[in-house]
Design a protein around this ligand. Structure first.
Ligand code: PBG
Length: 364
């Protein structure tokens, strides 16, 4: 309400509208806690007393449209391998990925996020294969687009699946150099855009990469190719199973703390998000999800762009492992976690449980 006044009005009027906003909030609060509104006049359990009324007063809803399925793609044909540390998730060759994408589309999930499993002999120090316009990722993008034109395709921009050291950028004297990496990430993003990616998702955390990718997209007339930046991505222990899935767990030398964020920081996350928006991101992401709900909630109140959370591999694996021991109910806990992201302000969630959740929502 007063955000609009802020745009239009003079400073004095803005002050007055702020005052009236807070006064009305204060009045509501006083009213709700006045003697007429306390127990037994107010019994909050009334609106929890039956399913139909709980459904009616529910403030947040989750739908298949809110979900994005991350997928791991393999070379070859007819190949499907379970990922041991991610029960229910498989790596698939392109042909089987397409079949899988049909199921995803039929469940009403609007988009998939692709990650390649790069063969060891294609890895090198600078991740050259990431810039090959005929690499696994590009072939997967164009094949899925041809088979399912209405399914959104999100592609990861970072060098880690392609480097022998498992880092997201170029390493010099044990340091991941920024500007040289950005130049390579731009090339990686461009081969993905040319192959038909709808949304470019840089997950590397280099400074200035969103601006550089946006500039290249504009110059090459990819006016509608979106950028979803992994804006606030923390150096997290929860990425473990993902690194198993893409095969970078064994190769990773050291840690990613010189580019991914310190889990202790909040203000810095807001600065990362503000910069990425200014540089041309259409959407921003917080990652991991659950342990960073406060960052999501603060980003929602601070910015007006679509906000996404990545419910990452370790979070999903934790739910699955506890459920396998019958320590908790997977369906209930998955639904509760994903609803939490919506409640905190997310427009959507990347989760390995996307298909499970969509089936639950459809009562299947
Ligand atoms: C690569 C990348 C990672 C994830 C997404 N993109 C791993 C990492 O940064 O080490 C993690 C996703 C997950 O754990 O589910 N830059």
């Amino acid at each position: 309400m007063f955000a609009c006044s802020f745009m239009r009005d003079s400073k004095k009027e803005f002050k007055a509208s702020l005052y009236s906003y807070f006064f009305s909030r204060y009045k509501t609060l006083m009213n709700e806690t006045s003697p007429n509104h306390i127990f037994p006049n107010t019994r909050l359990r009334r609106t929890r007393s039956a399913g139909w009324i709980r459904n009616m007063v529910r403030e947040t809803n989750l739908a298949p449209n809110d979900l994005i399925s991350p997928l791991f793609v393999l070379e070859g044909a007819g190949r499907e391998e379970e990922v041991e540390s991610l029960p229910g998730v498989a790596r698939r060759s392109i042909d089987l990925t397409i079949e899988h994408c049909k199921e995803i589309r039929d469940l009403g999930i609007p988009a998939v996020a692709l990650f390649p499993v790069v063969e060891a002999d294609k890895k090198d120090k600078t991740g050259s294969e990431s810039r090959n316009q005929d690499n696994l990722m590009c072939r997967a993008i164009s094949a899925i687009k041809a088979a399912l034109p209405d399914l959104g395709i999100i592609t990861d921009v970072a060098l880690d699946p392609y480097t022998t050291h498992g880092h997201d950028g170029v390493m010099r004297d044990d340091y991941i150099v920024n500007d040289e990496t950005v130049a390579l990430l731009v090339k990686q993003a461009m081969v993905q855009a040319q192959a038909g990616a709808d949304i470019i998702a840089p997950s590397d955390m280099m400074d200035g990469r969103v601006a550089a990718i946006r500039k290249a997209l504009e110059e090459n007339k990819f006016y509608n190719t979106m950028i979803l930046s992994y804006a606030a991505k923390y150096a997290s222990g929860f990425y473990g199973p993902f690194r198993d899935a893409v095969g970078s767990a064994d190769t990773l030398q050291g840690n990613k703390k010189s580019y991914q964020m310190d889990p202790a920081n909040t203000d810095e996350a807001m600065r990362e998000i503000a910069l990425d928006i200014a540089e041309g991101a259409d959407m921003v992401m917080v990652k991991p999800g659950g342990p960073y709900m406060d960052i999501i909630a603060r980003a929602k109140t601070s910015f007006n762009v679509p906000l996404f959370a990545y419910h990452v591999s370790g979070e999903y694996a934790g739910l699955k492992a506890a459920a396998a021991n019958e320590w908790l109910d997977y369906d209930i806990c998955l639904a509760e976690t994903l609803l939490g992201f919506k409640r905190a302000g997310c427009a959507g969630i990347l989760t390995y449980g996307a298909m499970d959740m969509a089936r639950l929502l459809q009562g299947q």
